[in-house]
Design a protein around this ligand. Structure first.
Ligand code: IMP
Length: 427
């Protein structure tokens, strides 16, 4: 039975939310496996328009269990609000499970991130300031507090006391900001414990038992490969792996259990936050794409940097994730452009390179080699079959397929579920 991972192949915001919402209909389990509430998944379905941050997109289906996996960092305050909002809008969230191994974002993580970004000044990462990085740093430093710790308030008390003492020393002696109150945080997290204890369990076991029973599982990516701490534009990256390997690690599903890895690419390129982006368009075309496509951050509202499709980065992404097929999203956003361009290679000091460099200093110097194609200048929003796309749009998709070296299984031409060309069914 299918175990499908949906992976962001660029800098996030590829439109995974819509595809996951669509695919979730066939899944029994939908799992978030990385990141935290830095993610913003916009889902448009018969229930309305939703901007999910932590909750898996499977939440809209009655038969589906939604899982926040061990690879996610959870801010319980954000989770409370998101679930309350969903309930107010009539969505039943009782089938949400939370991994006992998932780490918690604590109030001090948000303070630390604010201070760190401030200290970096002009070199700031431009994070979402949700405390994601400091929470993952504590996980690796082995000083984190996990969802499972909420199940025993004495354990929680001990871990919080140890962690907070260190953080407060740092606040008062390094950052010169006020110390946080143990009692306030402890009380708050005990309330979260009372609310979430029934949902916390070993979700890896739940998932593996489901796979053994032959039930379909969908792994829902957040962020994108170019934000991966290893393969992305380090240090302008996020702090957990949004890749297919991250899907396994962050859910407790072994790599040999995955039956399909779907890479999601937007038909052009965007990026939020700082860091190099070789195909960025700081001109009228860039502004036009931003406005037509409403490229503003779901979480932060920040304008996204827009540019032409970067096939060099795309190839690297396909290679390190092992995509079985790819989805091209938001094709309709290019409908009005007289010309479209694709970056096929980079040029650096007169030399052509076609692999994505590890060093951002090198990447910053890379000039895109652009291939120009005539735009199709016709609406694709109502197209449901590949053969009925305008010829020039078909050519564009085929060229992307060729440059990435992976077949296109889906093309999204609008925000609604049905506005999708499905060339191959994954479930
Ligand atoms: P953090 O994940 O909040 O630490 O932010 C690190 C970098 O990742 C920043 O450039 C963010 O703008 C970017 N980032 C984090 N989450 C997302 C996302 O869901 N979409 C796009 N960019 C993101």
């Amino acid at each position: 039975m299918p175990v499908v991972a949906v992976i962001g192949a660029q800098w996030g915001d590829e439109g995974k939310g819509k595809l996951v919402d669509m695919l979730a209909e066939k899944a029994k389990y939908v799992v978030r496996f990385s990141g935290g509430d830095n993610a913003g998944h916009t889902v448009v379905n018969p229930h309305g328009v939703f901007k999910l941050r932590l909750t898996p997109s499977g939440i809209f289906y009655k038969e589906t269990t939604s899982i926040i996996g061990n690879g996610v960092v959870i801010n319980p305050a954000v989770l409370n609000k998101e679930i309350d909002d969903l309930n107010k809008r009539g969505i039943d969230t009782s089938r949400l499970l939370i991994s006992d191994r998932a780490h918690l974002i604590m109030p001090y993580h948000i303070v630390i991130e604010g201070q760190e970004e401030k200290a970096l000044g002009g070199k700031a990462i431009g994070t979402t300031r949700k405390g994601i990085g400091p929470a993952f740093a504590d996980k690796v430093a082995r000083t984190g507090i996990r969802a499972g710790d909420l199940l025993d308030k004495e354990v929680l008390k001990g871990k919080l006391a140890t962690a907070l003492e260190k953080k407060n020393n740092m606040f008062t002696q390094v950052y010169y900001v006020e110390a946080l109150s143990f009692n306030t945080i402890y009380k708050q997290y005990c309330e979260y414990a009372d609310r979430w204890a029934p949902n916390i369990c070993d979700t890896s076991t739940v998932l593996n038992e489901a796979i053994t029973r032959g039930e379909p599982v969908l792994l829902e990516g957040a962020q994108g490969t170019l934000l991966d701490p290893d393969f992305g534009t380090y240090p302008f990256t996020t702090s957990s792996s949004p890749m297919s390997a991250g899907a396994c690690l962050g859910s407790g599903i072994a790599p040999n259990k995955l039956t399909h890895i779907l890479g999601v690419y937007k038909s052009y390129q965007t990026r939020v936050g700082a860091g190099p982006m070789p195909t960025e368009l700081n001109d009228e075309t860039g502004n036009k794409i931003r406005e037509i496509a409403h490229e503003y951050g779901t979480v932060s509202g920040r304008p996204r940097r827009c540019g032409w499709f970067d096939a060099v980065a795309a190839r690297m992404s396909a290679r390190v994730n092992g995509f079985n097929s790819i989805a091209i999203t938001r094709l309709d956003m290019l409908d009005t452009l007289p010309r479209v361009k694709i970056c096929t290679d980079y040029k650096i000091k007169g030399k052509t390179i076609n692999d994505f460099p590890a060093s951002i200093t090198t990447l910053e110097k890379c000039q895109p080699v652009l291939e120009e194609m005539p735009g199709w200048q016709a609406s694709t929003a109502k197209t449901r079959v590949f053969s009925e796309l305008p010829n020039r749009a078909k050519k564009y998709i085929k060229r992307l397929e060729e440059l990435i070296g992976c077949p296109v299984s889906m093309i999204s031409v609008g925000e609604r579920r049905e506005q999708t060309i499905v060339r191959r069914s994954l479930f």
